[in-house]
Ligand binder design. Structure first.
Ligand SMILES: Nc1nc2c(c(=O)[nH]1)N[C@H]1C(S)=C(S)[C@@H](COP(=O)(O)OP(=O)(O)OC[C@H]3O[C@@H](n4cnc5c(=O)[nH]c(N)nc54)[C@H](O)[C@@H]3O)O[C@H]1N2
Ligand SMILES: Nc1nc2c(c(=O)[nH]1)N[C@H]1C(S)=C(S)[C@@H](COP(=O)(O)OP(=O)(O)OC[C@H]3O[C@@H](n4cnc5c(=O)[nH]c(N)nc54)[C@H](O)[C@@H]3O)O[C@H]1N2
Ligand SMILES: [Mo]
Length: 756
């Protein structure tokens, strides 16, 4: 069976593609220059300077770029190239207004690139696409809410509706949103976490008792060894580079584990330092381990084997704080070096070097991101990192710990607020008691289950609070059919994206104000709050004039929908008028938020309770758990490769700022396949040649067409392409055990040359 008819995204080749040498260093003047270019293009100089001065300041807004924490002592502004792009992108003066929608039919818009769609600007009015119509047309807010309420109330069961959340939504909006959904009667709350760090949440929850990291920013200053595994911070968390640079200068040894030698992990020059501007870079990585795709379990089992052989474990810690050590030891002893070397693709000397650095360290942090979580064995990957930390007592003391580096700026906070399809009994009980209703008991759909439910016509309404569910999801053809099966699709959005175009029978776009914009309600100017990657909750207050007078805040949208649904037992109006009241509700329902309103107003916000951070494991046994994991087998036929989908330097998830990937030397193109030159030679491929990439699982062939080959230093038999262009190749059922996260970093594919 073939599943390659793509009627939702452009698929033509990049005609102007340019391939240059990848960079060995990140930051410096080019970074400054690139961000100023984005500012100039989107908002102009005067406004731009003011905007940057407000990012991540005490009285300013939280940068929508990533979830990396702010230092307590902030300089005039924490500069970050990609944060600047995210801010400029939201603050753009361009508008996707009713005239824009009048001009373009849906089918014409489907042919445009993601970059083009985003460049249409901020959506300025609520819009509706009626059944069988060719254009989105303006609709009043009241009519939009009435229509959604009508469709929701007509469903045979509340479980036929799905409510997605992307991770930019504030704590206050997320809390009210889940309240409205549970009051409606369902736990169908998939979120971007399901596609992202779910494997971290599950892996950490089972082994240490909390699904979050255990370190604080201060720990980076005293760590003497830091692993950066499956993460590209120079692009995706540039502010982390400041912490790594400081750690390196303090003498910490930094080990990067990544099939690609990402530029920033080579060396980094801080664009805000004089030395940085003179291009004097700090070397970052002491050891780079170019592991094969999905070779991480093997590598870390190898490291553990060496620690055990050399008797470098922390015995006291293991005896007092852990369970499962015996079984773990037995498994490591019988793991063969031949399997470790074969799967990791590394030499024993490389692994010995890493183990030696680790064993010399007193305080080690392991950081990771999508290179670890987006695998069938994503949870096993995370737990293997936990084993490695536990073996030397590196959780629960200063300068050491587990650091899953989160993506979206409030993805962690949204979870804390109850955006989850499997709420704990304690949470449901507390919510029900405070608001005097019976929350639904059955678990809901996560992202992958939600797609399957829509595909199988078990769910009929899709509501997205932010994000771009279509483009972020795997198996593009499958998810297109799923969304098109719906009676209604609704998106609360700031910018136009492909999810507005791959729609249900009726579709709505509800435009909202963004992070950078002021939010004035009846009781006055409001602020919201967010939780960063390290569990610190703090204020965020935009100051710019909203992009249009016809926007509502996400909170107002939820409240007005709650009212339209007829849930008059909850005082939506007062909450919408004064966000302090929402924080009082949160304080009453969620442990750790006592005196929320007072504490969030303190200078650096407040830290949420985190047992493992201080050595108190919060598993039922009160101990941390060693776990046993087999080395995954990725047997490939002669013509097969493993494909990993990654971000370029000029995109924010599905928002594409430009078609360049500066550090990797790729220009004017995104349909690319980075391949090892030896593999190219074996297939008779030259740089710039066109290939089709195919995956075949369960007899279904999925095809991505017209990708240009780029020679790159990657392990043999691997291909790296960009997300979302390559998502069409990821089968819906190829997902992590236990966490259901799509295995976007490890898909078996083959390639065919396209003859010119
Ligand atoms: N500018 C910018 N910032 C962002 C984002 C963005 O798109 N743009 N997205 C945000 C979000 S939501 C997230 S989740 C984060 C994502 O941040 P990252 O996780 O850094 O993003 P990815 O590009 O997916 O890349 C992960 C890295 O994993 C490596 N990798 C791939 N496969 C493997 C493997 O099998 N093993 C190992 N060890 N490494 C592997 C890749 O080479 C790549 O360097 O960034 C956040 N910040
Ligand atoms: N193949 C592959 N697929 C992946 C990944 C991968 O590495 N490989 N990564 C996955 C990961 S880690 C993630 S987190 C997901 C991301 O999935 P999503 O979070 O769903 O996607 P984004 O691209 O971040 O969403 C962009 C849209 O959000 C809207 N938006 C921006 N700011 C706001 C706001 O303040 N409020 C509201 N309401 N809307 C706003 C804009 O309309 C914009 O078009 O994708 C996942 N998909
Ligand atoms: Mo993410």
């Amino acid at each position: 069976m073939s599943n390659s008819e793509n009627d939702h995204s452009p698929k033509s080749r990049d005609v102007d593609l340019k391939i240059e040498k990848p960079k060995k260093m990140a930051g410096g003047i080019p970074a400054l220059f690139e961000s100023l270019k984005q500012i100039e293009k989107n908002v102009g100089w005067v406004d731009g300077a003011k905007l940057l001065l407000e990012a991540n300041q005490k009285e300013g807004f939280d940068c929508p770029g990533c979830a990396w924490p702010d230092p307590k002592h902030r300089s005039t502004f924490e500069f970050c190239e990609n944060g600047t792009k995210a801010i400029a992108d939201e603050a753009t003066i361009l508008r996707a207004n009713p005239a824009f929608f009048e001009k373009h039919t849906i089918s014409k818009l489907l042919d445009k690139s993601d970059r083009w769609l985003n460049n249409a600007g901020r959506i300025s009015s609520p819009m509706i696409l009626s059944e069988n119509d060719s254009h989105y047309r303006p609709i009043s807010w009241s009519r939009a809410f009435e229509l959604i309420a009508e469709k929701l109330n007509k469903l045979a069961s509340p479980d036929e509706a799905i409510f997605y959340t992307s991770g930019r939504t504030s704590n206050e909006a997320a809390f009210l949103y889940q309240l409205m959904i549970r009051r409606f009667g369902t736990n169908n709350l998939p979120d971007c976490s399901n596609l992202c760090h779910e494997s971290s949440g599950v892996g950490l929850g089972e082994t240490i008792g909390i699904g979050k990291g255990t370190v604080l920013l201060e720990d980076f200053d005293i760590a003497d060894c830091i692993f950066v595994v499956g993460q590209n911070p120079g692009t995706n968390h540039p502010r982390m580079m400041t912490a790594l640079q400081r750690a390196a200068r303090n003498g910490a040894k930094i080990i990067s584990v990544n099939p690609l030698a990402e530029a920033a992990m080579g060396s980094f020059s801080h664009p805000q330092e004089v030395a940085g501007l003179l291009h004097l870079a700090t070397p970052i990585t002491d050891l780079h381990l170019p592991v094969k795709i999905n070779g991480d379990v093997a590598l870390f089992k190898g490291i553990c084997k060496l620690i055990l052989e050399d008797k470098k474990t922390d015995e006291k810690f293991i005896v007092e704080n852990t369970l499962g050590f015996e079984a773990f030891l037995e498994d490591i002893e019988k793991t063969r070096w031949s399997d470790i070397l074969e799967s990791s693709g590394l030499t024993k000397e490389q692994i010995e070097k890493a183990a030696a650095i680790y064993c010399q360290s007193e305080r080690t942090i392991i950081c990771w991101a999508m290179g670890i979580t987006q695998h069938v064995n994503g949870v096993a990957n995370v737990q293997t990192l936990v084993n490695t930390l536990l073996l030397r007592g590196n959780i629960g003391r200063p300068g050491a710990g587990a650091c899953p580096v989160r993506g979206h700026s409030n993805v962690q906070g949204d979870r804390t607020m109850g955006i989850i399809e499997r709420p704990s009994e304690a949470f449901s009980k507390s919510l029900g008691e405070h608001f005097n209703f019976e929350p639904p008991k059955d678990h809901g759909y996560d992202a992958v289950n939600a797609i399957e439910a829509m595909y199988n016509e078990k769910a009929k309404v899709f509501f997205g609070m932010g994000g771009n569910f279509f483009s972020a999801s795997p198996d593009s053809n499958y998810v297109a059919k799923a969304l098109r099966n719906c009676d209604l699709t609704v998106h609360v959005s700031t910018k136009l994206n492909r999810s507005h175009l791959v729609h249900g029978k009726t579709a709505l776009i509800l435009p909202c104000i963004g992070r950078t914009e002021s939010d004035v309600q009846k009781s006055g100017d409001q602020f919201v709050s967010v939780e960063n990657s390290m569990g610190i909750v703090h204020k965020s207050k935009g100051t710019r004039k909203p992009a249009s007078e016809n926007l509502l805040s996400e909170i107002a949208i939820v409240c007005r929908l709650g009212e339209a649904l007829g849930f008059s037992d909850i005082d939506w109006k007062s909450k919408m008028e004064n966000y302090d009241l929402i924080r009082d509700d949160i304080a009453a329902v969620i442990p750790g938020f006592e005196h929320y309103n007072a504490r969030v107003r303190e200078e650096n916000g407040f830290e949420l309770p985190n047992g493992p951070r201080v050595g108190v494991f919060t598993t039922p046994s009160k101990k941390a758990h060693f776990t046993v994991h087999d080395i995954p087998k990725n047997t490939l036929k002669e013509d097969q490769f493993l494909l990993s989908t990654v971000r370029s330097h000029d995109q924010y998830n599905t928002t594409i700022y430009s078609d360049n990937d500066r550090y990797r030397g790729i220009k004017n193109g995104r349909r690319v396949a980075m391949m090892n030159p030896k593999d190219m030679g074996a297939l008779g491929l030259n740089a710039g040649d066109l290939i089709d990439i195919e995956s075949k699982y369960d007899d279904v062939i999925r095809r991505a067409e017209n990708f240009s080959v780029v020679p790159y230093e990657v392990p043999r038999k691997s291909i790296f392409s960009y997300f979302p262009e390559a998502n069409i190749l990821i089968p819906i059922h190829l997902k992590a055990e236990k966490s259901n996260t799509p295995a976007s970093k490890c898909v078996r594919v083959s390639v065919q040359k396209v003859e010119a």
